[in-house]
Design a protein. Structure first.
Length: 155
């Protein structure tokens, strides 16, 4: 197509089809239906979720120094002491002892994908201490069952 052909096409008006064969075969589309043509569509269903899962940033659990372990142990002993002093309401699952812990959550999918040891993320969890089991080294904080060995800080 030459420049002149293009200029001629540009000056032409849009064709009008009223009552001719073309308008009977191809009726004018309503605006709502026309918009659906240009709506985004996922050609590879699940691709975005897979890519998001692969870009999850996970880390290996940090190793606490002896000093940090001792401080954490003292805080846990204090929490256990305060928990035992609470009135016996264990059947109601209610406590007035609220704490925040920095907890390492293991991401089993990333651990298996990377195949280079345990991987996960740190999260601050808040809640009432509902139970502490020093023998099995677990704690129920709100509706979450935590392993004490994966707690890295307590406030």
């Amino acid at each position: 197509m030459t420049v002149t052909d293009y200029m001629i096409l540009r000056k032409m008006h849009r064709p009008v089809h009223n009552g001719d064969d073309f308008s009977r075969i191809h009726p004018k589309m309503r605006r709502g239906n026309r918009a659906k043509i240009f709506a985004p569509f996922d050609a590879l269903s699940g691709f975005d979720e897979t890519m998001d899962a692969e870009t999850v940033f996970t880390v290996h659990p940090a190793e606490l120094s002896e000093e940090m372990k001792q401080k954490l142990d003292l805080k846990l002993q204090d929490i256990l002491k305060r928990y035992k002093e609470l009135p016996a309401r264990r059947c109601e699952r209610v406590s007035k002892l609220q704490i925040s812990v920095l907890y390492f959550e293991i991401d089993s999918e990333q651990t298996m994908l990377k195949n280079d040891g345990v991987r996960g993320n740190y999260r601050w969890l808040n809640g009432d201490v509902l139970d502490i089991d020093p023998i099995h080294r677990t704690m129920d904080l709100g509706n979450q069952h935590l392993e004490i060995d994966r707690i890295y800080a307590i406030e």
